[in-house]
Design a protein around this ligand. Structure first.
Ligand code: AHM
Ligand code: MG
Length: 328
């Protein structure tokens, strides 16, 4: 079959033969997340209309209560994953506590997700996304504790961008592939085969308004990048992690949300933002660090812990570590 006609389901069915013997079959979870993301994509595309209705009344045209899209996406993912029969616990950016699944004795996997990242961009029609990671339940059978595994234990991770098109990108540990939603078919079709990030890039993505709060090493690094002797870098900051990350994956470069004197651990969350993307970037031949340690090696202590995140092409990530070591 021509690549252009490979849909997500058939791709996953052929790929699972590579991991099913040691990691089990988590493809039904992926199928559910892909299904949820189609619904989220549909809602995102009419967000403006929903907001107009919501502003006039707290009920929409069907008499249903209006919900903010991030809460809508969260509830949708939880409901869909709960009913899958494969998931025994979940952690979401939107829920303070872990979500345990008792129905049908849960399942053998736990899922972490940020249902709609970059949500401050919804109202202004800028790309937003979903991030997810899947782990196998640890042997002791403690589902909630299984949520606090190191990122290197992920069996699968992915993200969805709701942008100029809707793109589903995932890795089950055998490279990274992307699938574009064909709205007319309602199917994700393979469009980005075997994504690899360039060794170095031309883009740096950081919120420079934090400059005065950075430590010296971060300032020195950004100043060096700006006047790099061999390369001319350009700055790009969408303010939606998924979109900034994806652009850099394709074009090469680095995304940074470092610590500063106000946010001493940065802004992004280890479990459902940093770890899934670190898994993906490594699969694509890139790197991710907090400045000292590989992101995937960090032992989580809490569901919502923050972590400084420097992620992207190997050259720029490695250079950051050197600058922090030299200048602090
Ligand atoms: P959110 O999870 O509340 O949406 O916040 C995370 C977002 C990321 O998508 C983005 O990289 C970052 O926050 C932008 O932060 P800032 O507003 O400081 O530019
Ligand atoms: Mg988020």
């Amino acid at each position: 079959m021509k690549d252009s006609f490979i849909n997500l389901s058939s791709f996953m069915a052929s790929e699972k033969t590579k991991y099913i013997s040691d990691k089990g079959d988590f493809t039904p979870i992926l199928e559910k997340i892909a299904f949820a993301s189609k619904i989220i994509s549909r809602q995102v595309n009419k967000a403006g209309l929903v907001n107009i209705l919501g502003a006039a009344s707290t009920h929409n045209i069907h008499g249903e209560t209006q919900q903010k899209l991030d809460l809508y996406s969260n509830e949708l993912l939880i409901d869909i994953l709960k009913s899958s029969g494969y998931v025994c616990a979940m952690a979401s950016e939107e829920n303070d506590d872990a979500i345990e699944v008792k129905e049908r004795n849960g399942g053998d996997y736990v899922v972490v997700f940020d249902p709609l990242d970059g949500s401050s961009n919804i109202d202004v029609n800028v790309s937003i996304g979903t991030i997810f990671g899947i782990y196998k339940k640890i042997d002791s059978g403690d589902c909630v504790a299984s949520l606090l595994q190191q990122g290197k234990n992920l069996v699968c991770a992915g993200y969805v961008i709701y942008g100029s098109s809707t793109l589903f990108v995932y890795s089950a540990g055998y490279g990274v592939n992307g699938f574009t939603l064909d709205q007319s078919l309602g199917e994700f079709i393979l469009s980005h085969k075997n994504i690899t990030i360039p060794e170095y890039g031309k883009i740096y993505s950081i919120n420079e308004s934090n400059y005065n709060r950075w430590q010296q090493g971060i300032k020195e690094y950004v100043n060096f990048i700006k006047s790099h002797p061999e390369r001319q870098y350009t700055a790009r900051w969408i303010g939606s992690f998924v979109a900034d990350f994806h652009r850099n994956m394709i074009k090469g470069g680095v995304f940074l949300y470092t610590e500063d004197s106000k946010n001493t651990n940065g802004k992004l969350r280890l479990l459902y933002e940093a770890n899934p993307m670190a898994f993906i970037v490594e699969q694509a031949n890139g790197a991710a660090t907090n400045g000292k340690e590989r992101i995937l090696d960090i032992k989580p202590t809490g569901l919502h812990q923050r972590v400084p995140l420097i992620i992207g092409s190997k050259y720029e990530v490695e250079l950051y570590k050197q600058y922090r070591e030299k200048y602090g």
